[in-house]
Design a protein around this ligand. Sequence first.
Ligand code: TRP
Length: 353
Amino acid sequence: MSTEIIVSGMRPTGKLHLGNYHGALKNWVELQNKYRCFFFVADLHALTTAYEHTENLAQNSEQMLVDWLSAGLDPQKCTIFIQSDVPQVSELNTLLGMITPLGWLLRNPTYKEQIQELLARKYAGQLQGDENAPLAERVKGLADEDISVYGFLGYPVLMATDILIHKAALVPVGQDQTAHLEIARDLVRRFNEIYGVDNVFAEPKPLFTKIAKVPGLDGHKMSKSYNNTIDLGEDLDSVRKKVMSMYTDPNKKKANDPADPEGCVVFAFHKIYNPEWQKRCEECKAGALGCVACKKQLFALMEPELKAFLDRRKIFENDKAQLQAILHSGKEAARASAEVTLQEAKRAMKVIK
Ligand code: TRP
């Protein structure tokens, strides 16, 4: 067991899909055995973009929590909490905001990309011009005030706060979060320089684990907004149907035509679920079996894990008292840890004596 601290969070999008599971959650379940871990539902971060649609926020947070527990996160081994349950986060966020140069936030590539992505999603169908033109061009003229808000620009400061407040050394995130983590590190250095301290915060490093790429049913990135997901808690009949409808090599017309497994969604899933995926690769190239048989085998490989997950999910979902108890003790532990750092930061800034 390492003494290093790990912090990670996910925005509550409701039920998780297999991309979230293989891309992050499964890794968390392993990390809880090796480090002191804080895992939280980033509900404040959800507000930075979806502030107009908060009607499902609490429910989405709960559904995600149920998924985490069903996948094996164990409140005896790690601290699980809801971000907004720890007011120290909001307080430190205010303090760190005071020393964050605006340029860092405006230049943050994630900020620019996300603005465009959100606009593209919102105005899908209304985008103008050539499909290959940069999104920035294509969304021109369509209103963008709605996400140009202070909270969204400050997303990386809040994320830095989440991490720094527990003095995390390591942050398991996807590559897309690299720029955010860099801002967290820069903030530590800037804080140290301005206030002449060196031990209030730790400089966090990203923890990239080699993770399986899970494509969506259509071969694009698995994402709710593309409507191509398999959810972790999905009933098995529905999963079976989706597996049988997965995108395969369009050049393979007959069962024993040789095919190209690269780009085949079924094969990408075999890589995850089938220990003998290399053999499958050869069989596919040789035309040794048809796509229908290959899909059936894939579903059979996925079924036990999904079924075990569903069984656990049923239990957690119906035990509201247990969910409340888990969140309560998580909140207490997270507050205690956060309070220590917050006091140190305030003292360094001379906000208190
Ligand atoms: N930004 C992260 C994401 O979108 C979620 C997040 C918020 C996070 N705060 C964090 C991740 C702190 C790690 C640590 O995936």
